[in-house]
Design a protein around this ligand. Structure first.
Ligand code: HEM
Length: 535
Protein backbone atom coordinates (compact mmCIF):
# COMPACT_ATOMS: atom_id res chain seq x y z
CA UNK A 1 0.00 0.00 0.00
CA UNK A 2 2.70 2.46 1.10
CA UNK A 3 4.92 1.33 -1.80
CA UNK A 4 2.11 2.14 -4.25
CA UNK A 5 1.76 5.66 -2.82
CA UNK A 6 5.49 6.38 -3.24
CA UNK A 7 5.48 5.12 -6.81
CA UNK A 8 2.40 7.16 -7.53
CA UNK A 9 4.04 10.38 -6.38
CA UNK A 10 7.28 9.58 -8.21
CA UNK A 11 5.60 8.95 -11.54
CA UNK A 12 3.12 11.81 -11.31
CA UNK A 13 5.56 14.53 -10.25
CA UNK A 14 8.98 13.49 -11.63
CA UNK A 15 10.49 17.00 -11.83
CA UNK A 16 9.35 17.99 -8.34
CA UNK A 17 10.66 14.68 -6.99
CA UNK A 18 14.06 15.16 -8.64
CA UNK A 19 14.34 18.72 -7.36
CA UNK A 20 13.37 17.66 -3.83
CA UNK A 21 15.89 14.80 -4.02
CA UNK A 22 18.70 17.12 -5.16
CA UNK A 23 17.94 19.56 -2.34
CA UNK A 24 17.93 16.75 0.20
CA UNK A 25 21.34 15.52 -1.00
CA UNK A 26 22.80 19.04 -0.77
CA UNK A 27 21.44 19.47 2.73
CA UNK A 28 22.74 16.09 3.84
CA UNK A 29 26.22 16.88 2.43
CA UNK A 30 26.25 20.23 4.21
CA UNK A 31 25.26 18.67 7.52
CA UNK A 32 27.82 15.85 7.23
CA UNK A 33 30.48 18.47 6.57
CA UNK A 34 29.42 20.42 9.66
CA UNK A 35 29.57 17.25 11.73
CA UNK A 36 33.12 16.39 10.70
CA UNK A 37 34.20 20.03 11.19
CA UNK A 38 33.22 19.71 14.84
CA UNK A 39 36.27 17.49 15.41
CA UNK A 40 38.62 19.74 13.44
CA UNK A 41 40.35 21.03 16.62
CA UNK A 42 41.89 17.56 17.05
CA UNK A 43 44.83 16.21 15.02
CA UNK A 44 43.96 13.54 12.49
CA UNK A 45 45.81 10.27 12.01
CA UNK A 46 48.38 10.36 9.17
CA UNK A 47 46.96 9.17 5.84
CA UNK A 48 46.48 5.40 5.67
CA UNK A 49 48.68 3.74 3.07
CA UNK A 50 47.09 1.14 0.75
CA UNK A 51 49.30 -1.61 2.26
CA UNK A 52 48.33 -0.84 5.84
CA UNK A 53 45.68 -2.73 7.77
CA UNK A 54 43.47 -0.56 9.98
CA UNK A 55 45.30 -1.87 13.03
CA UNK A 56 48.71 -0.97 11.62
CA UNK A 57 47.34 2.47 10.82
CA UNK A 58 45.99 2.88 14.37
CA UNK A 59 49.32 1.74 15.86
CA UNK A 60 51.34 4.11 13.67
CA UNK A 61 49.03 6.96 14.66
CA UNK A 62 49.33 6.09 18.35
CA UNK A 63 53.12 6.33 18.04
CA UNK A 64 52.72 9.76 16.44
CA UNK A 65 50.26 11.00 19.10
CA UNK A 66 51.19 9.07 22.25
CA UNK A 67 49.69 11.62 24.66
CA UNK A 68 47.10 13.43 22.56
CA UNK A 69 43.60 12.44 21.44
CA UNK A 70 43.43 12.13 17.65
CA UNK A 71 40.82 11.46 14.99
CA UNK A 72 40.89 8.08 13.22
CA UNK A 73 38.58 8.27 10.19
CA UNK A 74 37.89 4.57 9.57
CA UNK A 75 35.80 3.61 6.54
CA UNK A 76 32.60 2.96 8.47
CA UNK A 77 32.95 5.32 11.43
CA UNK A 78 35.13 8.15 12.61
CA UNK A 79 36.66 7.59 16.06
CA UNK A 80 38.56 9.74 18.50
CA UNK A 81 41.36 7.63 20.00
CA UNK A 82 42.44 8.68 23.48
CA UNK A 83 45.77 8.13 25.23
CA UNK A 84 45.80 5.48 27.95
CA UNK A 85 46.38 8.22 30.56
CA UNK A 86 42.74 9.32 30.12
CA UNK A 87 41.26 5.95 31.06
CA UNK A 88 40.29 6.97 34.61
CA UNK A 89 38.73 10.14 33.29
CA UNK A 90 36.53 8.24 30.83
CA UNK A 91 35.57 5.73 33.53
CA UNK A 92 34.47 8.61 35.76
CA UNK A 93 32.24 10.36 33.19
CA UNK A 94 28.58 9.95 34.19
CA UNK A 95 26.70 7.64 31.84
CA UNK A 96 24.29 10.41 30.82
CA UNK A 97 27.28 12.21 29.28
CA UNK A 98 29.45 9.40 27.90
CA UNK A 99 27.67 6.13 27.32
CA UNK A 100 28.61 2.57 26.41
CA UNK A 101 25.20 1.15 25.50
CA UNK A 102 24.26 4.15 23.37
CA UNK A 103 27.40 3.49 21.32
CA UNK A 104 26.22 -0.07 20.66
CA UNK A 105 22.75 1.20 19.91
CA UNK A 106 24.19 3.57 17.29
CA UNK A 107 26.69 1.13 15.81
CA UNK A 108 24.22 -1.74 15.70
CA UNK A 109 21.34 0.50 14.57
CA UNK A 110 19.31 -0.55 17.62
CA UNK A 111 16.25 1.39 16.47
CA UNK A 112 15.91 -1.13 13.63
CA UNK A 113 17.69 -4.22 14.97
CA UNK A 114 16.69 -4.06 18.67
CA UNK A 115 20.35 -4.36 19.76
CA UNK A 116 21.65 -2.11 22.55
CA UNK A 117 18.23 -0.99 23.71
CA UNK A 118 19.48 1.24 26.44
CA UNK A 119 16.28 1.15 28.48
CA UNK A 120 16.62 -2.65 28.92
CA UNK A 121 19.09 -3.39 31.69
CA UNK A 122 17.39 -6.54 33.02
CA UNK A 123 19.84 -8.72 31.08
CA UNK A 124 22.91 -7.04 32.58
CA UNK A 125 21.40 -7.23 36.09
CA UNK A 126 20.50 -10.92 35.65
CA UNK A 127 24.03 -11.76 34.44
CA UNK A 128 25.86 -9.61 36.96
CA UNK A 129 23.90 -10.74 40.00
CA UNK A 130 22.09 -14.01 39.44
CA UNK A 131 24.17 -15.86 36.86
CA UNK A 132 27.42 -15.06 38.62
CA UNK A 133 25.98 -16.12 42.01
CA UNK A 134 24.84 -19.42 40.54
CA UNK A 135 28.19 -20.17 38.94
CA UNK A 136 28.66 -23.38 40.99
CA UNK A 137 25.67 -25.06 39.39
CA UNK A 138 26.47 -23.47 36.06
CA UNK A 139 29.95 -25.07 36.07
CA UNK A 140 28.41 -28.50 36.58
CA UNK A 141 25.91 -27.92 33.73
CA UNK A 142 28.66 -26.63 31.45
CA UNK A 143 30.63 -29.86 31.89
CA UNK A 144 27.60 -31.98 30.97
CA UNK A 145 26.93 -29.86 27.94
CA UNK A 146 30.60 -29.78 26.83
CA UNK A 147 30.69 -33.56 26.93
CA UNK A 148 27.43 -33.78 24.94
CA UNK A 149 28.61 -31.16 22.43
CA UNK A 150 32.00 -32.76 21.79
CA UNK A 151 30.37 -36.17 21.31
CA UNK A 152 28.17 -34.56 18.70
CA UNK A 153 30.64 -32.18 17.03
CA UNK A 154 33.91 -34.11 17.18
CA UNK A 155 33.03 -37.68 18.18
CA UNK A 156 35.29 -40.71 17.93
CA UNK A 157 38.55 -40.07 16.02
CA UNK A 158 40.80 -43.16 15.98
CA UNK A 159 42.89 -41.53 13.21
CA UNK A 160 43.95 -37.90 12.66
CA UNK A 161 41.04 -36.10 11.03
CA UNK A 162 40.22 -32.48 10.14
CA UNK A 163 38.17 -30.38 12.53
CA UNK A 164 36.45 -27.25 11.26
CA UNK A 165 37.17 -25.15 14.31
CA UNK A 166 34.88 -22.14 14.10
CA UNK A 167 31.82 -24.10 12.97
CA UNK A 168 32.21 -26.72 15.70
CA UNK A 169 33.05 -24.13 18.33
CA UNK A 170 29.99 -22.01 17.49
CA UNK A 171 27.73 -25.03 17.89
CA UNK A 172 29.45 -26.02 21.13
CA UNK A 173 29.33 -22.53 22.68
CA UNK A 174 25.73 -22.09 21.61
CA UNK A 175 24.81 -25.38 23.35
CA UNK A 176 26.67 -24.49 26.55
CA UNK A 177 25.16 -21.01 26.59
CA UNK A 178 21.65 -22.30 25.95
CA UNK A 179 21.85 -24.63 28.94
CA UNK A 180 22.30 -21.57 31.17
CA UNK A 181 20.31 -19.02 29.19
CA UNK A 182 17.12 -21.07 28.61
CA UNK A 183 17.64 -24.47 30.32
CA UNK A 184 16.03 -27.78 29.37
CA UNK A 185 14.41 -28.70 27.03
CA UNK A 186 15.14 -25.69 24.80
CA UNK A 187 18.92 -26.09 25.10
CA UNK A 188 18.68 -29.36 23.13
CA UNK A 189 16.39 -27.90 20.47
CA UNK A 190 18.43 -27.78 17.23
CA UNK A 191 16.33 -24.93 15.82
CA UNK A 192 17.08 -22.84 18.90
CA UNK A 193 20.81 -23.63 18.75
CA UNK A 194 21.07 -22.64 15.09
CA UNK A 195 18.88 -19.58 15.47
CA UNK A 196 20.92 -18.16 18.36
CA UNK A 197 24.07 -18.62 16.26
CA UNK A 198 22.55 -16.94 13.22
CA UNK A 199 21.03 -14.05 15.17
CA UNK A 200 24.37 -12.28 15.20
CA UNK A 201 25.11 -12.62 11.49
CA UNK A 202 21.50 -11.72 10.64
CA UNK A 203 21.79 -8.63 12.82
CA UNK A 204 25.06 -7.57 11.21
CA UNK A 205 23.53 -8.00 7.77
CA UNK A 206 20.59 -5.85 8.92
CA UNK A 207 23.00 -3.20 10.20
CA UNK A 208 24.86 -3.12 6.86
CA UNK A 209 21.61 -2.94 4.93
CA UNK A 210 20.08 -0.02 6.85
CA UNK A 211 23.38 1.88 6.95
CA UNK A 212 23.25 2.15 3.17
CA UNK A 213 20.48 4.72 3.69
CA UNK A 214 21.02 8.19 5.09
CA UNK A 215 19.75 8.49 8.71
CA UNK A 216 16.95 10.80 7.59
CA UNK A 217 15.34 8.24 5.35
CA UNK A 218 16.02 5.09 7.39
CA UNK A 219 12.56 5.07 9.02
CA UNK A 220 10.97 5.14 5.59
CA UNK A 221 13.31 2.53 4.09
CA UNK A 222 13.30 0.09 7.03
CA UNK A 223 9.99 -1.70 6.33
CA UNK A 224 11.20 -2.61 2.82
CA UNK A 225 14.58 -4.06 3.81
CA UNK A 226 14.49 -7.90 3.73
CA UNK A 227 17.41 -8.21 6.19
CA UNK A 228 15.45 -6.19 8.76
CA UNK A 229 12.33 -8.25 8.17
CA UNK A 230 14.40 -11.35 8.94
CA UNK A 231 15.43 -9.78 12.26
CA UNK A 232 11.75 -9.23 13.12
CA UNK A 233 11.04 -12.86 12.18
CA UNK A 234 13.88 -13.98 14.46
CA UNK A 235 12.39 -11.92 17.30
CA UNK A 236 9.03 -13.61 16.79
CA UNK A 237 10.67 -17.04 16.67
CA UNK A 238 12.53 -16.44 19.94
CA UNK A 239 9.42 -15.07 21.69
CA UNK A 240 7.33 -18.05 20.53
CA UNK A 241 9.92 -20.56 21.73
CA UNK A 242 10.08 -18.84 25.14
CA UNK A 243 6.36 -18.24 25.56
CA UNK A 244 5.38 -21.36 27.50
CA UNK A 245 8.40 -21.04 29.81
CA UNK A 246 7.73 -17.35 30.47
CA UNK A 247 4.03 -18.00 31.12
CA UNK A 248 4.68 -20.81 33.56
CA UNK A 249 7.42 -18.91 35.43
CA UNK A 250 5.10 -15.93 35.89
CA UNK A 251 2.17 -18.12 36.93
CA UNK A 252 4.28 -20.08 39.43
CA UNK A 253 5.88 -16.95 40.87
CA UNK A 254 2.51 -15.19 41.18
CA UNK A 255 1.19 -18.15 43.11
CA UNK A 256 4.14 -18.27 45.48
CA UNK A 257 4.82 -14.50 45.52
CA UNK A 258 8.40 -15.45 44.83
CA UNK A 259 9.66 -13.10 42.09
CA UNK A 260 12.29 -11.62 44.36
CA UNK A 261 13.58 -14.98 45.60
CA UNK A 262 17.22 -14.58 46.41
CA UNK A 263 19.57 -17.44 45.65
CA UNK A 264 20.69 -19.59 48.54
CA UNK A 265 24.18 -18.99 49.93
CA UNK A 266 27.40 -19.84 48.12
CA UNK A 267 27.51 -23.48 47.25
CA UNK A 268 30.61 -25.56 46.88
CA UNK A 269 29.21 -28.82 45.62
CA UNK A 270 27.18 -29.86 42.61
CA UNK A 271 24.50 -31.39 44.77
CA UNK A 272 23.79 -28.22 46.73
CA UNK A 273 22.26 -26.14 43.94
CA UNK A 274 21.41 -22.49 44.34
CA UNK A 275 18.34 -21.31 42.37
CA UNK A 276 17.05 -24.77 41.65
CA UNK A 277 16.62 -25.40 37.92
CA UNK A 278 16.58 -21.69 37.28
CA UNK A 279 18.12 -20.22 34.18
CA UNK A 280 18.55 -16.77 32.69
CA UNK A 281 14.85 -16.59 31.72
CA UNK A 282 13.91 -16.75 35.43
CA UNK A 283 16.55 -14.21 36.40
CA UNK A 284 15.65 -11.79 33.61
CA UNK A 285 11.94 -11.89 34.56
CA UNK A 286 12.80 -11.32 38.22
CA UNK A 287 14.80 -8.23 37.27
CA UNK A 288 11.98 -6.46 35.43
CA UNK A 289 10.45 -3.61 37.42
CA UNK A 290 7.02 -5.21 37.24
CA UNK A 291 7.68 -8.91 36.61
CA UNK A 292 3.98 -9.76 36.56
CA UNK A 293 3.53 -7.76 33.37
CA UNK A 294 6.46 -9.22 31.49
CA UNK A 295 5.83 -10.72 28.04
CA UNK A 296 7.66 -13.40 26.05
CA UNK A 297 8.48 -10.65 23.51
CA UNK A 298 10.30 -8.55 26.11
CA UNK A 299 12.19 -11.51 27.57
CA UNK A 300 12.99 -12.56 24.00
CA UNK A 301 14.60 -9.19 23.22
CA UNK A 302 16.77 -9.47 26.32
CA UNK A 303 17.76 -13.06 25.44
CA UNK A 304 18.67 -11.91 21.93
CA UNK A 305 20.80 -9.10 23.37
CA UNK A 306 22.60 -11.55 25.67
CA UNK A 307 23.11 -14.11 22.88
CA UNK A 308 24.51 -11.29 20.75
CA UNK A 309 26.95 -10.26 23.50
CA UNK A 310 27.87 -13.83 24.44
CA UNK A 311 27.97 -16.40 21.67
CA UNK A 312 30.27 -15.04 18.98
CA UNK A 313 32.60 -13.27 21.45
CA UNK A 314 33.11 -16.48 23.41
CA UNK A 315 33.35 -18.59 20.25
CA UNK A 316 36.04 -16.32 18.86
CA UNK A 317 38.09 -16.41 22.08
CA UNK A 318 37.73 -20.19 22.27
CA UNK A 319 38.64 -20.69 18.60
CA UNK A 320 41.73 -18.52 19.03
CA UNK A 321 42.70 -20.57 22.12
CA UNK A 322 42.26 -23.82 20.15
CA UNK A 323 44.42 -22.45 17.31
CA UNK A 324 47.08 -21.40 19.85
CA UNK A 325 47.03 -24.86 21.39
CA UNK A 326 47.09 -26.68 18.04
CA UNK A 327 49.99 -24.47 16.93
CA UNK A 328 51.94 -25.42 20.09
CA UNK A 329 50.89 -28.96 21.04
CA UNK A 330 53.96 -29.16 23.28
CA UNK A 331 51.95 -27.24 25.92
CA UNK A 332 49.24 -29.91 26.06
CA UNK A 333 51.02 -32.35 28.47
CA UNK A 334 51.58 -29.54 31.02
CA UNK A 335 47.90 -28.57 30.91
CA UNK A 336 46.77 -32.21 31.17
CA UNK A 337 49.01 -32.70 34.18
CA UNK A 338 47.43 -29.74 35.91
CA UNK A 339 43.82 -30.72 35.10
CA UNK A 340 44.26 -34.37 36.03
CA UNK A 341 46.18 -33.41 39.17
CA UNK A 342 43.22 -31.34 40.40
CA UNK A 343 40.69 -34.07 39.53
CA UNK A 344 42.81 -36.68 41.37
CA UNK A 345 43.37 -34.42 44.38
CA UNK A 346 39.68 -33.62 44.78
CA UNK A 347 38.63 -37.17 44.03
CA UNK A 348 34.89 -36.58 43.64
CA UNK A 349 33.06 -39.78 42.61
CA UNK A 350 31.72 -38.10 39.43
CA UNK A 351 35.27 -36.89 38.45
CA UNK A 352 33.74 -33.47 37.72
CA UNK A 353 35.31 -30.12 38.51
CA UNK A 354 33.70 -27.75 41.03
CA UNK A 355 33.59 -23.99 41.39
CA UNK A 356 36.46 -24.37 43.86
CA UNK A 357 38.51 -26.44 41.38
CA UNK A 358 38.65 -23.70 38.75
CA UNK A 359 41.02 -21.33 40.63
CA UNK A 360 43.46 -24.24 41.02
CA UNK A 361 43.87 -24.45 37.24
CA UNK A 362 46.39 -21.62 37.14
CA UNK A 363 48.25 -22.68 34.01
CA UNK A 364 45.04 -23.12 32.08
CA UNK A 365 43.89 -19.66 33.21
CA UNK A 366 47.23 -18.21 32.13
CA UNK A 367 47.10 -19.95 28.75
CA UNK A 368 43.60 -18.62 28.04
CA UNK A 369 44.61 -15.12 29.12
CA UNK A 370 47.78 -15.15 27.01
CA UNK A 371 45.70 -16.28 24.05
CA UNK A 372 43.27 -13.40 24.64
CA UNK A 373 46.21 -10.98 24.97
CA UNK A 374 47.32 -12.05 21.50
CA UNK A 375 43.83 -12.17 20.09
CA UNK A 376 41.76 -9.40 21.67
CA UNK A 377 38.15 -8.88 20.62
CA UNK A 378 39.00 -5.77 18.64
CA UNK A 379 41.47 -2.98 17.95
CA UNK A 380 39.49 -0.35 19.90
CA UNK A 381 38.28 -1.00 23.40
CA UNK A 382 36.33 0.97 26.01
CA UNK A 383 34.32 2.43 23.12
CA UNK A 384 31.85 5.10 24.24
CA UNK A 385 29.46 7.63 22.66
CA UNK A 386 29.38 11.24 23.82
CA UNK A 387 25.70 11.87 24.59
CA UNK A 388 25.97 15.13 26.59
CA UNK A 389 24.15 17.88 24.69
CA UNK A 390 27.06 20.29 25.11
CA UNK A 391 29.66 17.56 24.52
CA UNK A 392 32.50 16.97 27.01
CA UNK A 393 35.85 18.65 27.50
CA UNK A 394 38.84 16.47 28.38
CA UNK A 395 41.43 17.48 31.01
CA UNK A 396 43.90 17.72 28.09
CA UNK A 397 41.76 20.60 26.77
CA UNK A 398 40.09 19.05 23.72
CA UNK A 399 36.34 19.32 23.30
CA UNK A 400 34.42 16.28 22.06
CA UNK A 401 30.98 17.21 20.71
CA UNK A 402 27.81 15.18 21.18
CA UNK A 403 27.83 12.17 18.87
CA UNK A 404 31.61 11.56 19.08
CA UNK A 405 32.72 7.90 19.13
CA UNK A 406 35.65 7.64 21.53
CA UNK A 407 37.82 4.69 22.56
CA UNK A 408 41.31 3.45 23.33
CA UNK A 409 43.60 1.42 21.09
CA UNK A 410 43.62 -2.14 22.45
CA UNK A 411 46.96 -2.53 24.27
CA UNK A 412 47.90 -5.67 22.39
CA UNK A 413 46.10 -5.05 19.15
CA UNK A 414 47.49 -7.33 16.50
CA UNK A 415 50.77 -6.02 15.16
CA UNK A 416 51.32 -3.53 17.99
CA UNK A 417 55.09 -3.23 18.08
CA UNK A 418 55.02 -0.96 21.10
CA UNK A 419 52.61 -2.22 23.76
CA UNK A 420 51.94 0.28 26.54
CA UNK A 421 54.39 0.25 29.40
CA UNK A 422 51.44 -0.05 31.76
CA UNK A 423 51.01 -3.73 30.92
CA UNK A 424 52.63 -5.84 33.59
CA UNK A 425 55.24 -8.44 32.80
CA UNK A 426 58.23 -9.81 34.69
CA UNK A 427 61.69 -8.95 33.39
CA UNK A 428 62.76 -12.60 33.37
CA UNK A 429 59.90 -13.58 31.07
CA UNK A 430 59.95 -13.79 27.29
CA UNK A 431 59.08 -10.37 25.84
CA UNK A 432 55.46 -9.40 25.24
CA UNK A 433 56.04 -9.84 21.51
CA UNK A 434 56.23 -13.61 22.14
CA UNK A 435 53.47 -16.05 23.05
CA UNK A 436 54.39 -17.36 26.50
CA UNK A 437 51.54 -19.42 27.98
CA UNK A 438 52.65 -19.35 31.60
CA UNK A 439 53.23 -15.57 31.71
CA UNK A 440 50.40 -14.88 34.12
CA UNK A 441 50.68 -18.02 36.28
CA UNK A 442 54.38 -17.15 36.76
CA UNK A 443 53.46 -13.63 37.81
CA UNK A 444 50.99 -15.03 40.33
CA UNK A 445 53.76 -16.91 42.11
CA UNK A 446 55.14 -13.56 43.28
CA UNK A 447 54.23 -12.52 46.82
CA UNK A 448 51.16 -10.30 46.92
CA UNK A 449 50.20 -11.11 43.31
CA UNK A 450 48.47 -14.46 43.89
CA UNK A 451 44.99 -13.19 43.04
CA UNK A 452 46.04 -10.81 40.26
CA UNK A 453 46.55 -11.41 36.52
CA UNK A 454 43.48 -13.65 36.18
CA UNK A 455 41.75 -14.23 32.88
CA UNK A 456 38.71 -12.39 34.29
CA UNK A 457 40.73 -9.50 35.76
CA UNK A 458 39.51 -6.11 34.71
CA UNK A 459 41.70 -3.14 35.54
CA UNK A 460 43.53 -0.30 33.82
CA UNK A 461 46.33 -2.67 32.79
CA UNK A 462 43.96 -5.21 31.48
CA UNK A 463 41.03 -3.92 29.49
CA UNK A 464 40.14 -6.88 27.25
CA UNK A 465 36.83 -7.24 29.08
CA UNK A 466 36.51 -3.48 29.59
CA UNK A 467 36.92 -1.77 32.92
CA UNK A 468 34.66 0.26 35.18
CA UNK A 469 30.87 0.23 35.32
CA UNK A 470 30.40 -1.52 31.97
CA UNK A 471 33.12 -4.14 32.36
CA UNK A 472 31.79 -7.36 30.83
CA UNK A 473 29.41 -8.90 33.39
CA UNK A 474 29.53 -12.22 31.51
CA UNK A 475 33.30 -12.67 31.77
CA UNK A 476 33.14 -15.15 34.67
CA UNK A 477 30.69 -17.26 32.71
CA UNK A 478 32.69 -16.89 29.48
CA UNK A 479 35.93 -17.84 31.18
CA UNK A 480 34.38 -20.97 32.71
CA UNK A 481 32.78 -21.86 29.39
CA UNK A 482 36.06 -21.54 27.47
CA UNK A 483 38.00 -23.53 30.07
CA UNK A 484 35.36 -26.25 30.33
CA UNK A 485 35.50 -26.91 26.59
CA UNK A 486 39.31 -26.79 26.53
CA UNK A 487 39.47 -29.23 29.47
CA UNK A 488 37.14 -31.68 27.72
CA UNK A 489 39.10 -31.31 24.47
CA UNK A 490 42.48 -31.78 26.15
CA UNK A 491 41.30 -34.76 28.18
CA UNK A 492 39.91 -36.55 25.12
CA UNK A 493 42.01 -35.57 22.11
CA UNK A 494 45.44 -34.85 20.70
CA UNK A 495 45.39 -31.82 18.42
CA UNK A 496 47.72 -30.14 15.94
CA UNK A 497 47.86 -27.88 12.91
CA UNK A 498 49.35 -30.45 10.53
CA UNK A 499 47.71 -33.73 9.35
CA UNK A 500 49.86 -35.78 11.75
CA UNK A 501 49.27 -33.43 14.66
CA UNK A 502 52.32 -31.25 13.92
CA UNK A 503 52.46 -27.79 15.50
CA UNK A 504 53.13 -24.54 13.66
CA UNK A 505 56.51 -24.17 11.95
CA UNK A 506 57.97 -25.29 8.65
CA UNK A 507 55.12 -25.96 6.24
CA UNK A 508 52.34 -25.49 8.81
CA UNK A 509 51.23 -22.19 10.24
CA UNK A 510 48.64 -20.99 12.69
CA UNK A 511 45.52 -19.64 10.96
CA UNK A 512 45.61 -15.87 10.45
CA UNK A 513 43.57 -13.49 12.54
CA UNK A 514 41.14 -11.51 10.39
CA UNK A 515 40.26 -7.86 10.79
CA UNK A 516 36.93 -6.32 9.84
CA UNK A 517 35.75 -2.87 10.82
CA UNK A 518 37.24 -2.49 14.33
CA UNK A 519 36.75 -6.18 15.21
CA UNK A 520 39.02 -9.21 15.03
CA UNK A 521 37.90 -12.71 14.13
CA UNK A 522 39.48 -16.14 13.69
CA UNK A 523 39.56 -17.48 10.15
CA UNK A 524 36.06 -19.01 9.97
CA UNK A 525 37.17 -21.71 7.49
CA UNK A 526 40.42 -22.77 9.18
CA UNK A 527 40.84 -26.43 10.12
CA UNK A 528 43.07 -28.25 12.57
CA UNK A 529 43.67 -31.99 13.03
CA UNK A 530 42.30 -34.06 15.89
CA UNK A 531 42.56 -37.71 16.97
CA UNK A 532 41.64 -39.63 20.11
CA UNK A 533 44.22 -39.10 22.84
CA UNK A 534 47.05 -41.64 22.70
CA UNK A 535 48.75 -41.03 26.05
C1 HEM B 1 35.40 -14.06 25.69
C2 HEM B 1 34.16 -13.63 25.63
C3 HEM B 1 33.77 -12.21 25.87
C4 HEM B 1 34.47 -11.06 25.64
C5 HEM B 1 35.87 -10.92 25.07
C6 HEM B 1 33.62 -9.96 26.06
C7 HEM B 1 34.00 -8.64 26.02
C8 HEM B 1 33.20 -7.60 26.43
C9 HEM B 1 33.59 -6.21 26.39
C10 HEM B 1 34.94 -5.70 25.90
C11 HEM B 1 32.56 -5.48 26.84
C12 HEM B 1 32.49 -3.95 26.93
C13 HEM B 1 33.15 -3.44 28.21
C14 HEM B 1 33.45 -1.97 28.21
O1 HEM B 1 33.57 -1.37 27.14
O2 HEM B 1 33.61 -1.41 29.31
C15 HEM B 1 31.49 -6.40 27.17
C16 HEM B 1 30.26 -6.03 27.64
C17 HEM B 1 29.22 -6.91 27.86
N1 HEM B 1 29.29 -8.28 27.82
FE1 HEM B 1 30.88 -9.38 27.31
N2 HEM B 1 32.44 -10.46 26.52
C18 HEM B 1 32.48 -11.84 26.42
C19 HEM B 1 31.50 -12.73 26.80
C20 HEM B 1 30.27 -12.37 27.31
C21 HEM B 1 29.27 -13.31 27.76
C22 HEM B 1 29.41 -14.83 27.76
C23 HEM B 1 28.19 -12.57 28.16
C24 HEM B 1 26.88 -13.05 28.72
C25 HEM B 1 26.75 -14.08 29.52
C26 HEM B 1 28.53 -11.17 27.98
C27 HEM B 1 27.70 -10.12 28.25
C28 HEM B 1 28.06 -8.79 28.14
C29 HEM B 1 27.14 -7.70 28.41
C30 HEM B 1 25.66 -7.83 28.79
C31 HEM B 1 27.87 -6.51 28.25
C32 HEM B 1 27.35 -5.08 28.41
C33 HEM B 1 27.63 -4.59 29.82
C34 HEM B 1 26.95 -3.27 30.16
O3 HEM B 1 26.06 -2.85 29.43
O4 HEM B 1 27.32 -2.65 31.17
N3 HEM B 1 29.80 -11.09 27.46
N4 HEM B 1 31.91 -7.69 26.92
Amino acid sequence: MIEATYLDVLTRYPVATLAAGALLILLIRRLSQENSNKLSSLPTAPAKTPEQTSTEWLMESKLKFPDTPFVLPLDVETWVILPHSLLNEVKAFPSDKVNFMRLNYERMQGRYTGIGQYDHDEGVAAIRNDLTRNIARVISDLQDEASFALDKQVGDRPEWKEMWVYGDVLQTVSRLSARTFVGYPLCRDEEWINKTINLTTDTLEGVNAIKKYHPWIRDIAAPFIPELRRIKENQKFIANKLRSQVTSIIAAAKESGDFQKKPAGEDVSNEEVTDENHNLVHWVIKNFKDPEKVTAEEVGLVEIGVAFAAIHTTSMALSFAIFDLAARPEYIPELRKEIEGVIAEENYPDRKLRKTSMPKLKKLDSFVKESQRWNPPGMINMGRLVTAKQGVTLSTGQHLPKGTFLGFGAPFAHGNKDPPKTVVTAKSQPPLSEFYPWRFSDLRTQAGQETLHLHVSSDNNDTSFGVGRNACPGRFFASNEIKTVLIELIKRYDIGIGPQGQGAGGEFSKPEMLEFDTFYAPDPYAKIYVRNRQV
